[in-house]
Design a protein around this ligand. Structure first.
Ligand SMILES: Cc1ncc(COP(=O)(O)O)c(C=O)c1O
Length: 480
């Protein structure tokens, strides 16, 4: 068989001859052009045919022998018989293949939450102010962490996370949030999302029921759906999660996911009687409550309401916190505070499931907290976000007049603006997106029979000076 086509033009200048020959031989074998058992010429003879050095041919042959595409024996070199799936021969192509798809659960998750990349847009919810981040103090902490780094920080994280960070965080949560926390109860995670994923996999079994708020946090649905849990939507009213008797009787939960300090997205705060009742009923049902306390640091007035965790001794509550709002989301650090009864086992299982890392960032963060930068930054941002919300409220009031209905501003980085029925929120959000605004439709967070119509408006990353212009654009998107 003539093999001079193996080095026929085009010959890409940047690719050495030996690599090109190897690649073309490999392609020819995989495509079936060089069939199984075909004998190839001796290296010296092929080198003469192609006008190249023998070593060039030897390199290609040896590489293909090592990969199992060629067989070299006393008789010479021949093409190996590869499994039909590896070659594109007509026979192989006729064999029906299983469709190459994601799992049913992953496909469902994709349908529920389209990927978006709108963090930089004015009014995108949940985005902190990147401009006022204390870069210098953070960089100094990172530099110190790198300077002192040993194998401990470069290897997998210790079970539970950096010991210094767990101690600093426990002290912070006790003094600022009033949580009775021992460092041994803290598990450092790669953000709340990783924490929810762990709760789904370690506290519930495939097919168990998880209650999610309706309307509620879409990313939590993704975590629970991917873990194979059965999701049950529970309505939210002015006092937070509002389960009815039917929910308890016919949809007995194993997990209950709540955002009691600042319900996402409505911004409502769960009342104390509702908190106590939820703990009591969950205890009776053998359910775990997962308390997502994602932005209560930015309470507008007065202290944050007491967390479910620690409200009663031995309450079946796992508390999830994050540094995504107080510092920046790309840091990917958060934490779970676990009841003492399961802390050891949960942390051990989590270490098996995740193989955590980020030792340097964790150490830098411990330093950042211990030096007081974290508390100072939160205090500063609380005041700043409070001003920002007031400026936004005033601008909205000015633009939309007395008919304006706002809610959800007790804490955090977003407001909800309720819309009349003749202005469907999804259409408004779409028009706003075309005008470069990141508002989200409230109804996108809800599942039937709950319906709500409004806009979730983030103000965390919007400079006060830009508020008026952004509100003017929003007014145009609303067509009012
Ligand atoms: C309700 C809620 N929980 C938690 C988070 C933080 O998630 P993570 O820590 O994974 O960034 C967010 C961020 O948008 C949120 O809106």
């Amino acid at each position: 068989m003539e093999l001079d086509w193996l080095l026929a033009p085009p010959l890409p200048a940047a690719v050495p001859r030996q690599h090109l020959l190897y690649r073309r031989l490999r392609e020819a074998i995989l495509s079936g052009r060089l069939p199984a058992d075909m004998r190839l010429p001796a290296s010296r003879s092929l080198a003469a045919t192609l006008g190249i050095a023998r070593n060039t041919v030897l390199f290609a042959y040896e590489q293909l022998v090592a990969e199992g595409c060629l067989i070299a024996d006393r008789q010479g070199t021949r093409v190996a018989a590869l499994p039909a799936a590896a070659t594109a021969s007509p026979r192989a192509a006729a064999v029906p293949h299983a469709p190459q798809t994601l799992s049913v659960r992953a496909a469902a998750a994709l349908q529920r939450e389209p990927a978006r990349d709108a963090e930089a847009l004015p009014f995108s919810p949940g985005v902190p102010d990147f401009g006022t981040f204390p870069f210098r103090a953070w960089r100094a902490c990172l530099e110190r962490a790198w300077r002192d780094a040993g194998w401990r920080q470069l290897g997998y994280a210790l079970h539970g996370g950096d010991p210094g960070l767990r101690v600093a965080l426990a002290a912070h949560l006790t003094s600022v949030r009033g949580l009775p926390v021992d460092p041994a109860q803290i598990l450092i995670t790669s953000g709340t999302q990783a924490g929810l994923d762990l709760c789904a996999r370690l506290l519930a079994d495939h097919g168990d029921t998880v209650w999610v708020e309706n309307p509620g946090y879409l990313a939590a649905r993704v975590a629970f759906g991917l873990a194979g849990l059965q999701m049950h939507d529970v309505a939210v009213d002015g006092e937070g999660l509002a389960p009815c008797a039917d929910d308890w009787q016919r949809h007995r939960p194993r997990l209950i996911m709540v955002t009691p300090s600042h319900q996402y997205p409505t911004g409502r705060v769960m009342s104390l009687p509702r908190r106590l009742a939820l703990i009591e009923r969950a205890r009776g049902a053998g359910a775990w409550i997962v308390e997502d306390d994602y932005d209560s640091e930015f309470r507008r007035a007065g202290p944050a309401p007491p967390a479910l965790f620690g409200l009663q001794a031995d309450a079946p509550v796992v508390y999830a916190g994050t540094f995504s709002k107080t510092l920046y989301p790309g840091l990917r650090l958060g934490y779970l505070v676990l009841p003492g009864t399961i802390a050891d086992d949960f942390i051990h299982a989590a270490a098996l499931a995740t193989r955590a890392g980020q030792g340097i960032e964790q150490r830098a963060l411990a330093d950042f907290i211990a030096r007081g930068h974290y508390t100072t930054h939160i205090r500063r941002m609380r005041a700043r976000y409070s001003v920002r919300q007031a400026v936004l409220r005033a601008a909205l009031q000015q633009a939309f007049g007395p008919g304006l209905v706002l809610s959800g501003g007790e804490a955090g980085l977003h407001l909800v603006m309720w819309l009349p029925e003749d202005l469907p929120d999804r259409e408004v959000a779409q028009r706003a997106a075309q005008m470069g605004l990141g508002v989200r439709a409230l109804s996108a967070y809800a599942r039937p029979p709950v319906s709500c119509n409004g806009l979730v408006i983030g103000y965390g990353n919007l400079d006060e000076a830009a508020v008026e212009g952004a509100v003017a654009r929003l007014k145009r998107a609303l067509g009012t």
